[in-house]
Design a protein around this ligand. Structure first.
Ligand SMILES: Nc1nc2c(ncn2[C@@H]2O[C@H](COP(=O)(O)OP(=O)(O)OP(=O)(O)O)[C@@H](O)[C@H]2O)c(=O)[nH]1
Length: 372
């Protein structure tokens, strides 16, 4: 009838998917920063040998903020600063390449790197706003080549092609990123549903055995670390087989659901009620002594005994028996469950519809156990 649970190690991954994605972005940014520094060093050297020393020095100088940003991130681990630092550096570099034309007026071509990076690192709205600002910058540089710091002049053909291709690329990146975010949202919702299902008993909506085992482990760690006591109540529906036999399996299922609903009204928010097996339930009561747990179990027993369980117009006879144990009476979770199991057996053996162990309340001489 009753089996004591074996407790398995919880192997849940505590990282949220959002945190994982942020870590992934940071790793990507580190890789891109290294690549950017190498490119800047290489193209700067090429410009040096091509007799463009000013251009070479400017490119080499851009290595400083890129490397500084990496060191700052390694030190502070601030992802927002890492993102902003890289975006500002890249933005300034592109502004310089646009204004100077780079080597052979090919500088603006580097701009194509920006849209995918921008949408990936910021939001769709933020990315669009920054891109529009960059467009405005390009329009000003193209239209007013006489402005201070602007040394490049571009042909009309180049300007038209540059804007046309960049617009095309930006729209494409926007659509792709919007699709990626939509798919990501759907996946997260799906993962959440699956995660909830993995922790919940389908029939009753209570926590399932696996979830209870995890919570028992957590509560036991809390007890060992900070001495927070907790108790468990192992409940079994009396002569449940008879309900199935007399009224059918669906009636049995309905009783299990009604009992679960009733349990919800008795336990506290911080307690956990789980379906432990077929017609067995386990309550985990944090910060609860044995006496308090016995009182709660008794309240639930009395509530069940006085409730009319209905199925298709018929009233079904339902009572429960329960074994209670506190962690202070057991050295481990396995022992705790074993003791609760023994007490449940005692309650059944003593005639059902009762709670065990029998103890006398500290404040009154009334026994906490109620007989059928
Ligand atoms: N309807 C229904 N029945 C279930 C479910 N899980 C287990 N059972 C039934 O619960 C019954 C448990 O019967 P027993 O273990 O013999 O115990 P009992 O009849 O409750 O008698 P005591 O525990 O000794 O009071 C079995 O008939 C199982 O088939 C379920 O999900 N739905």
């Amino acid at each position: 009838m009753i089996r004591t649970a074996m407790i398995h190690e919880a192997t849940a991954d505590h990282l949220t998917s959002g945190e994982q994605e942020e870590r992934q972005i940071s790793r990507l940014l580190n890789g891109l920063s290294v690549m950017a520094a190498l490119f800047l060093a290489g193209i700067g050297t090429k410009a040096w040998y091509a007799e463009h020393p000013v251009h070479a020095w400017v490119l080499w100088l851009f290595i400083v903020p890129v490397v500084f940003n990496m060191i700052w991130y390694a030190w502070k681990r601030d992802r927002a600063v890492q993102k902003a630092g890289l975006l500002i550096t890249v933005g300034l570099l592109f502004a310089y390449l646009l204004a100077s034309g780079g080597e052979g007026n090919t500088g603006p071509l580097w701009f194509y790197v920006f849209p995918p990076l921008l949408f990936y690192l910021t939001s769709l709205k933020g990315g669009t706003a920054i891109l529009l600002f960059c467009y405005l910058l390009a329009v000003i540089v193209f239209q007013f080549p006489g402005l201070p710091l602007v040394t490049a002049e571009y042909s009309t053909d180049f300007k038209i092609r540059f804007f046309a291709t960049l617009t095309f690329e930006s729209i494409f990146c926007f659509v792709l990123e919007a699709g990626r975010l939509r798919a990501r949202g759907r996946l997260l919702a799906l993962a959440k549903t699956h995660e909830r299902a993995a922790r919940t008993d389908e029939l009753t909506g209570l926590a399932n055995r696996r979830e209870m085992q995890n919570r028992l482990d957590t509560e036991f760690s809390r007890f060992k670390r900070a001495g927070h006591h907790f108790s468990v109540v192992l409940i079994d529906l009396d002569l449940f087989k008879r309900i199935n036999d007399d009224h059918g399996h669906n009636a049995g299922d309905s009783v299990l659901r009604q009992f679960a609903d009733l349990t919800h009204t008795v336990v506290r928010q911080s307690d956990l009620a789980a379906r432990w097996g077929g017609e067995e339930f386990l309550l985990l009561l944090p910060d609860t002594s044995l006496l308090q747990a016995l009182a709660l179990a008794e309240r639930l027993r009395a509530e069940v005994a006085s409730t009319q369980f209905q199925y298709q117009g018929e009233t079904l006879p339902v009572t429960i028996s329960a074994g209670v144990c506190s962690i202070s009476k057991a050295g481990s979770v396995t022992e705790l469950l074993k003791q609760a199991d023994i007490q449940l057996y005692n309650a059944k053996d003593a005639g059902r519809n009762r709670i065990a162990p029998r103890v006398r309340s500290q404040s009154t001489t009334e026994p906490t156990e109620t007989r059928a």
